[in-house]
Design a binder for this molecule. Sequence first.
Ligand code: ADP
Length: 498
Amino acid sequence: KTTAVLLDSRVEAFLQGGPKKLFIGGEFVESLSGRTFETVNPATGEAIITVYEADKEDVDRAVEAADRAYRDAWSKVTPSERGKMLWKLADLIEEHAEALAQLETLDNGKPIQETRHADIPLAIDHFRYYAGWATKIHGEVIDNSAGTSLFTYTRREPVGIVGQIIPWNFPLLMATWKLGAALATGNVVILKSAEQTPLSAIYLAELIQEAGFPEGVVNIITGYGPTAGAAIVQHSRIRKVAFTGSTEVGKTIMQQASGNLKRVSLELGGKSPNIIFPDADFSKAIPGALMGIFFNQGQVCCAGSRLFVHKKVFDNVLSDMTSYAAQLKQGPGLDESTQIGPLVSNEQFTRVSDYLQKGMEEGANPLTGGKPVEGNGYFIPPTIFAGVEDYMSIAREEIFGPVVAAMPFDDEEQIADIIRRANDSEYGLAAGVWTTDVRKAHKVAHALEAGTVWVNCYNALDAAVPFGGYKQSGFGREMGSYALELYTQVKSIWVNLD
Ligand code: ADP
């Protein structure tokens, strides 16, 4: 009996016809160079469809469209109407949920169960959350001039034209995280999707058009980082750039954006510690640690890739994790029963394969997995390394694959030592703590150098809760009220009442 997903007719229709176009000024257009590139199905390694490749001149064109939209249309739309459009967009995503889930899975490889139950619902919630904020952006009256004739107040104004560059691991959701706050606060946007996964953003562009946003308010382009991406980062009329991706590229972006002192927010890599104390509820901690690393094939910036387990329980926890990981059903994302899909690309497959090799060379021992799957598609089995030391590259570097470095710790009553090891990283995106001792949970959560700490849970996300990094995991907070700061600037107004 086949468990392959039957393709939605909307996906079939989307994949008909010629190369997919850029969305600029409310129209679907070819790139000026006419160049295209292929997007690949990672489960097979075969091309899905070609997509137009944007370059600098297309970014220029998008900036013109955005500028016109900002001056002529968007600034005349009331906050309430902006909110309504965002809400409408959420409704449209909901209506097209199955098509979007399938397209995302086809392009990225992730299991359809995950796209249906995580990516898409989170995207819908996100737009609804920011729809509410559109009418709640306000400044304040500062009453410090009593006895004088001066009256002062502040306004929170949009930044103007913002550039957004997103990665391939949650293509639709990352577009959503970027667009929600920027649009709620009245900005116009040029968003570049990742070259590995352009399709859901193009589909989203169609829904944006249908939701009634004025033409040019949102421009979505597909293309490569060093060309189209760099053109966004360097463009002098784009006043802010928001980036999610690798720490390495984040550094390049910050340097390039400094040329015109563009505002920058960066959500970068991680090597997040997940700490299991001996008093944990193992019925939660074990599945939590597994999901913490194997969700989305480990291609998650906040993946719990350094697993610290107290030595008293290390063998039991690892033995349970290993037997469960070995049973995870790996296959094409578009199979209903798949629990773990392929990695996104051949490049990522090679990168993670190299880390498996390196882990072994450094003396670590895979309890399960450890070797890439032979054949078509970019499959790496869930891998748990034991025998890992803190200094090894698999314990220090971001692998961005289904590979966890498990290490015992011994702390008795002191937590200082495990805190020191957990914090001994240039990254600081997230961390997990598993314990039933409420005092210890909070103490550890406070001491960890990370933008998010999950206690007795992992990978929990909500549009209302800020997310972002410490240290070289970046700066700026997306989601919640905090993201509004990324996309507004404060103006102080003095009025002489005399
Ligand atoms: P990964 O290494 O996980 O593929 P990257 O950080 O390379 O992630 O890519 C994330 C996003 O950044 C993609 O949209 C990519 O095209 C873009 N990008 C890559 N290099 C640059 C660059 N030099 N300037 C601007 N954007 C870039």
